[in-house]
Every structure is written in C-alpha cells, then in structure tokens.
Design a binder for this molecule. Structure first.
Ligand code: SF4
Ligand code: SF4
Length: 132
C-alpha cells in the first residue's frame, strides 16, 4: 500500500525540477519556425500596395477564397481596387505567395484567428495592409 504511494510521490517530485513542456500562453509566446505559414499580409512599396491585380493568386488558390477586383490609376497602371481573403476557407497552402510575380503578398508569423462574427474572417485589403 505504501510503496505505490512513495513511487507516485517520486514521479511527482522528479517532474517538479524538469523544464516544463507547456507555455504560459498568451504571456509566453511560442517560437515560430521561419517556414511557418500564418496569416497573410500585403506588401507595400512607395506607400501603396504592390499588388498589380494580375489575378494569378485567385486563379491558383485551391480554396477559391481570394477575391480581386482590378482598378486603374491616373497613370493607367492596374492596382487592386478590392482584395479580400476569406480566412474561413483558406487552407494556408501558400500557393498565393508562390504565384505572385511581384512579391505583393506574404504569410506572417501570426496564427491567432479568433473572431466573434463570420464577417470578421473576411480580411479586406485595408486589414491585410495593416498586418506586420
Ligand atoms: S494560402 Fe492557399 S488557400 Fe489560402 S489564400 Fe493562399 S492559395 Fe488560397
Ligand atoms: S497579390 Fe500578386 S498574384 Fe495576387 S493579384 Fe496581386 S499581384 Fe497578382
């Protein structure tokens, strides 16, 4: 009767001095691998989005969750008047980043994807430009 109790205490005590395998999230943050594919962000050049609305990323996206609408500026250059990603459908495959010919989109280290409404899972161009 007493031996199993001592054995149990031994195991408990031995674990008290080991490095914990869990993190005190969210105060402690996990180390993110540099190959991690997190939430998307649009890249900027000369204070505007680099996207030239070529439609390659919505074409290659297997989840069909990217919506692009092209516009034309005063210099007759194409730009993305609308750029949206439905994060509820995205499978984080990274094809959109690979396909982009002008490095206009990247995947960040951010992984927290919680919202209160379905509409908040639609990442608009403005939200994608805010991401670091
Ligand atoms: S990561 Fe994949 S599924 Fe998500 S938007 Fe890009 S291409 Fe589509
Ligand atoms: S993000 Fe890149 S691939 Fe997608 S529409 Fe814009 S320029 Fe084309």
């Amino acid at each position: 009767m007493i031996m199993p109790l001592i054995k149990g205490l031994q195991i408990t005590l031995s674990h008290m001095f080991k490095k914990p395998v869990t993190l005190q999230y969210p105060t402690e943050r996990p180390q993110i691998a540099n190959t991690f594919r997190g939430l998307h962000a649009l890249n900027v050049s000369h204070d505007k989005a680099k996207c030239v609305a070529c439609y390659l990323c919505p074409t290659v996206c297997p989840a069909k969750c990217i919506t692009v609408e092209a516009g034309e500026d005063q210099n007759h250059d194409k730009y993305a008047a609308k750029y949206e990603i439905d994060m509820l459908r995205c499978i984080f495959c990274g094809y959109c980043v690979e396909a982009c010919p002008v490095d206009a989109i990247r995947m960040t280290e951010q992984f927290e994807l919680a919202n209160y409404s379905r509409a908040d899972f639609t990442f608009t161009k403005e939200r994608l430009l805010e991401k670091k």
